[in-house]
Design a protein around this ligand. Sequence first.
Ligand SMILES: O=C(O)CCC(=O)C(=O)O
Length: 282
Amino acid sequence: MNPLSLEHCLTDTEKQQFEENGFLAVEDAIPQEMVERLLAAVDRVGAAHLGAETLPADAHFNLLDFVGRDEAFIELLDWHTTFPKVWGILGWNIKLYHSHLIVLPPLPPEERDKPKRLGWHQDSGRLNIELEGNPRPRVSLKVAYFLTDTSVPGRGNFSVVPGSQKWNSLEMPMEKTVDPENATAVFAKPGTAVFFDRRLWHAAGRNTSDITRKVLFYGYSYRWLQPRDNMTVAHFMERSDPVRQQILGKSTGGMGYTSPGEKDVPLRAWIQEHLGAEAVAR
Ligand SMILES: O=C(O)CCC(=O)C(=O)O
């Protein structure tokens, strides 16, 4: 793993923000030349997904399990400006359990002025029903990499209700087209990474601009959670270093998920070596 990671560990302020608001935005998490490379990969993978030569201008999709589809996506798994914040929040017994990429084109002109409530939800389906507790446990988070400019309203901005990760349900206004109280857009320039707790009530905003929005979502969870998509990544395993193999889901066996040994969680040893025993005490 890149030793530069050590310069991007979760700070106390970031931890507090994440705990309080349920999300955290990190600007310039990836450099612009990488944004360009990723955009080209999104267009390639999107075109292949749609069976087209090139990505059509009106393409609109949410592609699950995209990570294994292009080399360009692999280095973000343990990217030095973001991954330390993932383990700073969740700890070392983690993996990638899900990835998806969303391409959101401009709304047709006739749809733009129609009032409509966004699709508010928490992530992870049945976890929000079958897990007990109030609030229910966090279990996972996502890192969203914004590849296009959503730093002004109307660009399909990622939208959140800050602090709502502590709420098992979200009160909606009587008026069916109105968004919940305190709903807010997260403004993100290309290259910004937004970390969010899976329990945070969130939604994709409406894209009333002329720019197609493109975002990559990397979902990290504890290693004992079942993947939320097919995780087609076996072809990356052999050439990955031990930490990346952990992220890709490697385990010595069933017991290794809930009671991991050294071989299951090389990330633990890496953190201990660089930050000391206290950093992995939990
Ligand atoms: O596209 C967005 O802004 C929201 C994404 C989303 O709802 C999700 O990742 O669960």
